[in-house]
Design a protein around this ligand. Sequence first.
Ligand code: S3P
Length: 446
Amino acid sequence: MRGTAVCCRSGPLSGAFQVPGDKSVSHRALLFSALAGSPSKVRGLLQAEDVGATRRAVEAIGAVVRDEGAFVVVEPPDRLCEPADVVNCGNSGTSLRLLCGVLSTVPGLSVLTGDASLRQRPVRRVMEPLRRMGAVLHARGGERVPPVVIRGGSLRGMRHKLEVASAQVKSALLLAGLFADGETTVEEPHLSRDHTERMLRGMGIDLRVDGLAVTVAPGRPRGGGTIEVPGDISSAAFFLCAAAALEGSEVTVRNVGMNPSRTGVLDVLEAMGARLSVANRVDEGEPRGDLTVTAAPLHGTTISGALVPRLIDELPVIMVAATQARGRTVIRDAKELRVKESDRLASMGEALVAAGAKIELFEDGCAIEGPTPLRGVSVHTRLDHRVAMSMAIAQLFMGGGEVSLDDVSCVGTSFPSFFSILDRLTTPTRSSSAGEGQGEGAKGTP
Ligand code: S3P
């Protein structure tokens, strides 16, 4: 269902808040628990559409998933079974790609599909290495895009060298490796998020990391434990970037995930001049802590190379912050942005240029010259939650101008409470608006 929204708030941002559970960790908690030898509990699971897609998928292959107070309990089947119907992953690339790895080992036929955005996203990157392991997969559009049809069977363990750093592809291959006849190694050009490695190891899997290569031995994850999901730093990033750039702001996000493979946004904000501090740090499992960001005059920076996979999902809102920084911010090596829920370089470039930003787009990134006052704009969110949320943040820099978002239903894929948290941290500039959108805030100020 579409829901339009007109954003009209002003800063500074102030307050303490929590964000919902980490999306990447939530997908893995459900899926790995479904492969385990005994039931597991998950605390802090993200309740949003993307994770709902993984939940339905694990139920389709035989797991039972129950809500029990603050926990979600996953009872794995004795043996994974052929799904009785097409598995619809909605907007979720993580669900679809990780499931390619698992379903390649499930006897029978599986079909994975998704919404109009997901059906344009590349799957060859995961299909080709799985085929080398002996899997049988086919996709639409010349083996390029979903739906994907999988005939499950036995797999060979082998060594893969990935061309792009992708945690989804790495994870799909490591999961397939759990069912293979020998060890499977995946080597990346740069480290992508390592939630799979941490969680599989925590569940007793024999997994070794040697530089950028991860090797897994066949085995069944041990269940029986409780998986703790920290707050999602990718969700927190919208408010952290806004607070860093908006004079007079200070926000604290509590219990947020601080896995070093995800904290590139913090490195960038610090490099741009923002003030950050961490309290109550916990380092076991998925590292987490309470993070405070205080505004300071920002200046441009360069983002490239190994830093990019550590902040890939935060780049849209970093682009917004860069419009407010003095000097030039350059983003390179980020071609992956073009194959996310939308082509994010194109979507964000178009929206920010229309808002008055000075941006030069490259095939693999952009250069942004700042600071620039922004003006009100109408935005096509293109089924892309992070474009919708980033442009809602951009509105705070418009001196009273408004952002009209044509469809904010996509925000429900990762962060249904985004607008109500934004309302709590900011001030509405008017009390009501025509075309009020779903997902909008508690104060009735879209
Ligand atoms: C994710 C990996 C990243 C990221 C996505 C979530 C994951 O994608 O952009 O939002 O949970 O593994 P890639 O693996 O394609 O880089």
